[in-house]
Design a protein around this ligand. Sequence first.
Ligand code: FES
Length: 636
Amino acid sequence: MKLTFQPTDTHIDLQAGQTILEGARQADIEITASCGGKGICRSCRIHVLEGELTAPTPEERQRLGAQQIGQNFRLACHAGVLSDCTVRIAPPLSEKSLNILSQTEETRHELDPDISKQHIEVPTFSEERQRSELEEIYRQYAEPSRADSNGPQPVSIDLAALRQMPSFLQQEARDLTVVSRRGTILALEPGNTTADMYGIAFDLGTTTVVGYLLDLHNGKLLASASELNSQARYGGDLMSRITFAQNDRNGRQILHENIVNTINKIVHSLCEQSGVTAESIYESTIAGNTCMHHLCLNIDPLRLGFAPYMAAIRQRQVCTASELGIHIHPQARIVMLPLIAGFVGADTVAVILASNLHTIQELTLAVDIGTNGEIVLAAPGRLLTCSTAAGTAFEGAQIQHGMRAAEGAIDKVAIDAKNVHCHVIGDGPALGICGSGLVDAVAHMLDAGVIEDGGRLLTAEKAEQKGLPLFLQERLASKGAPKHFTLLPAEQCDPREAIVITQQDIRELQLAKAAIAAGIEMLLRAMDVQANALHEILLAGAFGNYLDPTSALRIGLIPALSAERIRSIGNAAGLGAQRALLSHQAKHEADQIAGQTEHIALSGNAEFHRIFAENMIFPTLNSSRSMPDSIEVQNC
Ligand code: FES
């Protein structure tokens, strides 16, 4: 049976009964399956345009409701094909439209790369000299760190480069470029190629992978590119990936191949943007959490799946691009930056490195909110960290109309005395709401009084009793109906289905924000300091960048600090990976950070669970904050 995915018009042949999600995986179509296909998250929702499918399962009926099923929406993980079918992912997750934070501006880093190039001329051999070809190359090769020594240099050479050598030296022109990395020759290239020397730094996220192409001569950023991590088809969070790696016969291999494919797509895009050839990329640094690190190296992440959540390796690991199947120079070195402990990996090391938290003089908190929330508390001479499972609510999964921060997502919401205002990415009709929009919406609904501090959403009748404005009453469901608040009416949405915040959405957000807030409190307690002693809060990552700090404060996601002391630092993990790529010293600093940072384990910690429960409640409205008379939010 032929299954066609729109809008890309991609076809795949399936057996009767095979699910749309299986088809998407085979056809390399990005469908996020946050719950790993259990039918409980709704992230794999598709719109059936044509064809016959298996009857909706109870999970589909529960997650989608009669109205959406009537409109031909289905869950890709549960709907099987019974005839030729055409479907559209809903909402479409075109990578191009995603608001992924990739850096375009230049950032200054110290420059001391491990890769160097040297152009040499090898003299014609004579029988009397009794030297090998390699010795002749060593004689000509002035390794910068040993430029003043005489005779054959104590360098080593990769076997692949050694095998190239005779064929080069048989040629008439005996000039070569030697590519080396700290005394080891990686490659020999005919002629003078010293001008071309590049590297890529990767931020390997659970959801998104970002790559930065840098010129190793001057540290200049030439291009950046991002892709959804295609492992998301097998589960949105780390635990569902580990479960897939464990339960599927080829699970680990499939996840490894998916991450390598994602990396290779980025390499291709970077080369296309910059005109750089992949063969002239000689080093790559990779910063990922522990699970991504292990799957990239194809190491079993099994021990991360249960307490005490042990990593197989923590130290910096170096291998060749050909060993991993990454399509840059085959002898290029892939430097997997070191990990801290548990799920706290090299991405956190890179955040610390980029923001200099290891040398900071004032008490500073850094929060990187993704599928997992990584938190660092830094004081002079001490670094504490923890990781907390924030779930996928901040990425729009498990939310009734949730979606990623892509075109069509409501990313900003405000409520003033007269109306509800929504901003839609791309300024077109709204398809759903992303994490920053959800945080804004709930913050303003709290201010407006339609959500109580405990998280309960009012009914229209209750809102009337409390004397809330009519425009708010009209957006609330009546008593007896499923509780929701209408953000945008159907006529402003695509498909024509009103975008609402449900009671369950609010509960999901409470769980996510309580996990982060409790993690922060655990670190403050471990350091024996109060939140008001914090000099600054740094928000790292894409979500932190788009999040409105005042909304984050209102829902109690971060400690109550004045908004001026809360700063977004962009993709700090990506910046840290770039620093390490460009500097030998920075790699050593990363090793020291990984070694000295104290990891606070939260799972199984009764204190954490108590604080988590306390943080489920929203903070009481500060008397200085109330519903404004009017607010400007650009487009709705
Ligand atoms: S509902 Fe299909 S993957 Fe979660």
